[in-house]
Design a protein around this ligand. Structure first.
Ligand code: F6R
Length: 580
């Protein structure tokens, strides 16, 4: 959600900045802009829509010679996605790019009495920094940020300075280190082609970058920061010949399942013991929350632990009752989702233990939780999560397995990568199913218990990448209202992997079939009387969802492709949702 990249060094930064923006495209955006500066002037160029439009404009009209610049992809919050509202914003001597939301922008605006050119909170922040600027950049930034509420990562240029400034709260920002050039970026992928060395900027710190040096200040004093070496390669973030990142990332699942689970299979003592808790709260957003729903079902059914699974945006504001022995599990690919971070901080304030199931090791959630399990997915570039979700589900399988006091883990897990690979190889079948449903307007997914949690993810995947309206329902609940929407030919996916309620779900599927539904069965056993079906191998219930969801991911992918959608960057969506 919004991408920032900045450069100071020995070259003209134009190409670096445009390339960086393209790398950050996956975060979601609707407009983009760039600012380049030299001793005489600052030139700002912006455009609505894809970065290629910005690139065309830059190539036609970027004239100044420069060695310092900032650039931004904007996902609109305050104000429509127009050129005027796109960043960078310049007020007085200050030019900034911003990721986040300034919640008190209205009050500051009233106080400043500046003529604003945009509807954005960012321009207000620029004006506030300019208001405090009297030649001391660090002092102006610190005075301004103490007045701001909300979240921000700022890249800042001052007219009188040849340095690049950065500060953050809530939204991510890293400082890349190289020989005679340094960078700022929303994440490491934007700079990995240039350097793998970076510094994590913490809240309350201000970074000052020149070509030779990076200095970080806290409370007016310079502090020492560790330089981190990123362990991702430039290759890991390429498409490697696949048409889309989404497809590439789905195809990585067998290898990643093996790599992620291996250490735990070899040494089960690495798996946290959840039995010592009287209550567990699983808190996350979107797909990560649906992975948590599978965790809840498994932990309750198999280990008899009381579990609440809640959307983070609700959890953070509602009255939550904490038992004195509560564990809060935060699930997040990025580790930077604003609502999940707020939920984590609330849990810590209440004295609960916190455990993260997270992909990005340097993220806020990874750094602030008591314990972490890393899912080792590598960079996930497609906006819709696939591989990270599967690994989150795999980790919940492990946690439930250990909590159920079982110890045959190696046998259960050994077959997983091979089975997932076989499932992924069955692409003709998914394309055939996609062909049957891609012209439909409404699709339903029904199942019970764990199968219902699988339905939630199958349905979300389909709607977000293909823009087909879809709903997931507990199979038994459909007839309490929603069944009125089932017409001749309405596609209904029936997910049945749980033997205990198999017959019940089949009865519900019969109910929709007799009302004309086009039924697609996804099961680990043949259901007589249905032709359109995906049959996956039957394995331990702890890991069964891992064999079902990849089929639904590929069906969603094929439907999106048939409908000509922008699969890796669906409209209105952002990869890392850093505002609430
Ligand atoms: C859906 C999707 C989102 C994320 C959600 C949480 O495909 O990707 O629903 O799962 O925004 O993001 P993280 O896991 O980064 O906290």
């Amino acid at each position: 959600m919004c991408g920032i990249v900045g450069y100071v060094g020995k070259h003209n930064p134009k190409d670096f900045l445009l390339e960086g923006l393209k790398t950050l495209e996956y975060r979601g955006y609707d407009s983009a802009g760039i600012a380049l500066k030299n001793n005489e002037e600052t030139q700002i160029i912006k455009s609505v829509g894809k970065i290629k439009f910005l690139e065309e404009k830059v190539n036609n009209s970027l004239l100044i010679d420069s060695k310092i610049g900032i650039a931004h992809t904007r996902w609109a919050t305050h104000g429509a996605p127009t050129e005027n509202n796109a960043h960078p914003h310049c007020v007085g001597k200050v030019t900034i790019v911003h990721n986040g939301i300034i919640e008190n922008a209205r009050e500051i605006k009233d106080k400043l009495k500046v003529n604003f050119n945009s509807d954005t909170d960012t321009e207000v922040a620029a004006a506030l920094i300019d208001y405090y600027y009297d030649g001391d950049e660090i002092s102006a930034i610190s005075k301004a940020v103490t007045e701001l509420t909300g979240s921000y990562a700022f890249g800042i240029l001052f007219e009188d300075s040849d340095k690049l400034y950065a500060v953050r709260k809530g939204s991510p920002l890293i400082i890349g280190i190289n020989d005679k050039e340094n960078y700022i970026a929303s994440d490491i992928t934007a700079i990995i082609n240039y350097t793998n060395k970076y510094i994590l900027l913490e809240e309350g710190e201000i970074a000052v970058l020149s070509a030779e040096l990076v200095k970080v200040f806290k409370d007016g004093k310079e502090i020492k920061k560790d330089v981190i070496i990123a362990d991702i390669s430039a290759e890991a973030k390429s498409k490697q010949g696949f048409d889309h990142y989404m497809l590439k990332e789905i195809m990585e699942e067998p290898m990643l399942i093996e790599n992620t689970l291996k250490p735990f299979v070899e040494d089960m003592s690495l798996i946290p013991d959840l039995k010592k808790y009287s209550e567990i709260h699983i808190v996350a957003c979107g797909s990560a929350m649906y992975a948590g729903m599978i965790g809840k079902a498994l932990l309750e059914e198999k280990a008899s632990i009381r579990v609440i699974c809640e959307v983070a945006s609700e959890y953070r504001y509602k009255k939550v009752l904490y038992d004195k022995n509560t564990l809060v599990i935060l699930v997040s690919q990025s580790g930077e989702t604003a609502d999940t971070i707020a939920a984590m901080r609330k849990a810590k304030e209440e004295g609960a233990d916190t455990l993260a199931i997270v992909n990005v090791k340097t993220s806020t959630i990874a750094r602030e939780t008591d314990k972490q399990i890393f899912i080792e997915a590598g960079p996930e570039i497609a906006v819709a999560t696939t591989k990270a979700y599967i690994l989150q589900v795999a980790i919940f399988g492990l946690l439930a397995y250990k909590a159920a006091s079982l110890n045959n883990l190696a046998d259960e897990v050994k077959k997983l990568p091979r089975y997932v690979k076989e499932i992924l190889d069955n692409r003709d079948l998914y394309l055939k199913i996609a062909n049957e449903i891609y012209k439909d307007n409404d699709v339903f997914f029904i199942g019970r218990k764990t199968d219902y949690a699988i339905c939630m993810e199958g349905s979300l995947k389909l709607k977000e990448v293909s823009y087909v309206h879809s709903e997931a329902y507990q199979a038994g609940e459909l007839k309490h209202g929603t069944i009125s929407l089932i017409e001749d030919g309405t596609p209904v996916f029936g997910i049945i992997t749980d033997d205990d309620i198999r017959d019940k779900t089949i009865s519900n599927i019969e109910e929709v079939k007799s009302r004309g539904a086009k039924v697609i069965i996804v099961s680990n056993k043949k259901v007589p009387g249905y032709d359109m079906e995906v049959i996956v191998p039957k394995i331990s219930e702890f890991f069964q969802p891992i064999l079902v969801v990849p089929c639904l991911q590929l069906i969603a992918y094929e439907v999106a492709k048939l409908r000509g959608c922008d699969i890796d960057k669906p409209k209105n969506l952002a990869k890392s949702v850093t505002v609430e």
